[in-house]
Design a protein around this ligand. Structure first.
Ligand code: DGY
Length: 309
């Protein structure tokens, strides 16, 4: 039987095994290398949140009807090209919201309280030489959230528990009690911690630029759990080197898996490898939803979680 599902991303073993057990799958890369004549039979494509699904790849798959994304973000998918062809796109919202919000707080607390350098301090036997430097208080501080969607709101709820005041920016004011700023620069000027919880794509490209970082200022911290493309990473490295910004904690990067080299030698950054949703429970739930979308497509049933719009 010809394979009719194309897998172009690295996926957790638990999902890959079920994909190969239940569907006729071909493994390839984002260019669809080695597809040959098999391309004509592909009806479904499985990608992840970081995959680039280009117009060129879609053009090579004439029978494609659905792109199933293992992840909530789908900014790498050329949605316009897919829509022109009537190709459906699904993703995995909701099931990862708690984990990403938890991780945003872990990054925020980690960079403010210096947990990574403190761990090194103890391991390297420096404790005996004297006390560690004081760190930054989080409870009661001012939090700004770029993007008050599902994840942004979950971060805000957690921050309320820390007695933080909360403000946000986004296209429109929402029915919440938090202060709203239409302009990200104005938001940055009003807060101590600025968390990026917005998705990627052309509309948010370098939304956090040198001016926003300058507005956040030498006492301010940036946390990014959205997409690397939202932050001008070169400008961020520059602001951190010159201490025009107190610190940054980043889970996502412009060119993953390669953070800007200027960030790597700094002690006022906390870097993690795009792992905010990577708990066993959530990755299982994301795998279930990915398979549910794929099964629904082949069974002719309504798709559980199509992208909005
Ligand atoms: C997502 O779900 O979009 C996460 O960033 C993992 O890709």
């Amino acid at each position: 039987m010809n394979a009719n599902v194309l897998k172009i991303a690295r996926l957790p073993d638990m999902l890959t095994e079920r994909l190969f057990a239940d569907f006729a799958v071909l493994d390839s890369d984002e260019q669809g290398s080695g597809l040959g004549e098999g391309a004509a039979h592909i009806r479904a494509l499985v990608a992840n949140g970081e995959s680039k699904v280009t117009r060129e790849l879609l053009a090579r798959l004439p029978a494609l009807k659905i792109i199933v994304v293992f992840g909530v973000g789908y900014d790498g998918v050329d949605v316009a090209a897919a829509r022109e062809r009537g190709i459906a796109v699904t993703h995995t919202p909701d099931v990862l919201t708690d984990d990403v919000a938890d991780f945003a707080m872990a990054l925020l607390l980690g960079i403010a309280r210096g947990t990574a350098p403190a761990d090194r301090f103890v391991r390297q036997g420096r404790w005996a030489d004297g006390p560690i430097a004081f760190t930054r208080k989080v409870s009661g501080a001012r939090l700004g959230i770029i993007g008050l969607g599902r994840i942004g709101r979950a971060i805000a709820r957690r921050a309320e528990g820390f007695g933080m005041s909360i403000a946000y920016s986004g296209r429109t004011r929402q029915a919440v009690e938090y202060a709203w700023y239409a302009d990200v620069r104005q938001l940055a000027a009003q807060v101590d911690f600025l968390v990026v919880a917005v998705g990627g794509g052309a509309q948010t490209l370098h939304l956090v630029d040198a001016q926003v970082l300058a507005a956040l200022g030498p006492q301010g911290y940036l946390i990014n759990v959205g997409r690397g493309s939202v932050v001008d990473e070169a400008a961020l490295a520059q602001a951190l080197v010159t201490r025009q910004l107190a610190g940054a904690a980043l889970d996502v990067f412009e060119d993953e898996p390669r953070p800007h080299p200027g960030l790597l030698g700094l002690d006022n950054v906390l870097l993690t490898p795009h792992m905010a949703s990577a708990t066993w429970a959530t990755r299982r739930a994301m795998a279930d939803l990915t398979l549910a979308n794929l099964s629904a497509f082949f069974d002719g049933q309504p798709l559980p979680t199509p992208i909005p719009g």
